[in-house]
Design a protein around this ligand. Structure first.
Ligand code: ZN
Ligand code: ZN
Length: 347
């Protein structure tokens, strides 16, 4: 089959790799109907996260049509259309049972093969889904694959981010970073009851979409501190949702949260240290919440909302390209060309 494979830092190729086969009774093989490029693929692409084997299929966001089922699969049959979270989960361990599927004892991330071990990625024509009964989710007939794909990662992550922020009506909240996850955090925060969500980003086209999502845009420039002082009457934001994953974004989030507030962080940080110190945290009495989203857990909650959110989700999906154009798609996504927010790749 064809796949977008990792070759080296900033070097990916559309190449042939072997077709996935059933390895365990709980496996499904799906023919990919839709896949996507995620911000966290960029950490691998730029070498901020290392260890992935050369030739690994990239990507972890996908939907597919079931073409083969292991003998232990009970919930799916050939022809079913399924969505998947970006990690697998067993449904039985302590963490799965408590809703923390991201920390399942058997969790594996799609698109991460290291020293020959791990799962191939989803930017491929076929994908093997282990532990399918407790990982995959049937897509309702009226839902487009592209929307269901968002539920498997960035929409669940945005929803989780807003939930950690504990948003309420009437109080001011900020989202730092208007990439796909930040924009979906705006949508989710409003859905969860916030009516004053400020979106902060340096890029105008991203702020325009944030405004269409229902946020009040704030351009990130040298005057950001004064703007926040004015908006919050000197207090700072109740909670700040940080969806970037850079030291600069972390520092800004710290600076603009009010004393006693919450920093809700879903950006994947690759720096070794915090950009504020333990005493900085103490001096503002802040609560720092973070972690990989338990997407399988959140999918049950966001899938029923997809139909009603379709117009908003269409603002996020700015590009649909073929899988064969994947190399070019990475370039467009990475360099934020052509007002790009989210690229779906169709095999
Ligand atoms: Zn992702
Ligand atoms: Zn588990």
């Amino acid at each position: 089959m064809k796949a977008i494979t990792f070759q080296n830092i900033r070097e990916i190729e559309y190449t042939d790799i072997s077709d996935p086969v059933i390895l365990e009774p709980g496996d499904l093989i799906v023919k990919t109907t839709c896949t996507a490029i995620c911000g966290s693929d960029m950490h691998v692409y730029h070498g901020r996260e290392t260890g992935i084997d050369k030739g690994t299929a990239m990507g972890h966001e996908f939907t597919g049509e079931v073409v083969e089922t292991g003998t232990g699969v009970t919930l799916f049959k050939k022809g079913d259309h399924v969505a998947s979270p970006f990690t697998t989960s067993c449904g039985k361990c302590y963490f799965c049972k408590s809703g923390l599927t991201a920390r399942c004892e058997k969790s594996q991330l799609f698109g991460w093969v290291e020293n020959g071990k791990g799962l191939q990625g989803a930017q491929a024509e076929y994908v093997r889904i282990p532990l399918a009964d407790s990982t995959a989710v049937l897509i309702p007939e009226n839902i487009q694959p592209g929307y269901a794909l968002l539920a498997g990662d960035i929409l669940s992550t945005g929803y989780f981010c807003a939930e950690m922020a504990g948003v309420q009506e009437g109080k001011p909240y900020a989202v730092v970073g208007c990439g796909p996850v930040g924009l979906l955090a705006v949508l989710s925060a409003i859905d969860q009851g916030a009516n004053r969500v400020y979106a902060i980003d340096p890029v105008d086209y991203r702020l325009n979409i944030a405004e269409k999502m229902g946020a009040i845009p704030i351009k990130l420039d040298d005057a950001i501190q004064e703007k926040v002082q004015d908006i919050t009457k000197g207090l700072g934001f109740e909670s700040v949702m940080e969806a970037v994953g850079s030291p600069g974004a972390q520092k800004l989030a710290y600076q603009i949260v009010r004393p006693g507030g919450i920093l809700s962080t879903v950006g994947v940080h690759t720096a070794a240290d915090f950009s504020f110190s333990p005493v900085d945290a103490y001096n503002k009495n802040i609560t720092y919440k973070t972690g990989r989203c338990s997407a399988r857990h959140y999918m049950d909650r966001v899938m029923p909302k997809l139909d009603g959110w379709s117009r908003k989700l269409d603002l996020i999906i700015t590009h649909r390209m073929s899988l064969a154009e994947g190399k070019n798609a990475y370039r467009i996504f990475d360099q934020k060309l052509d007002d790009c927010i989210k690229i779906l790749l169709i095999p």
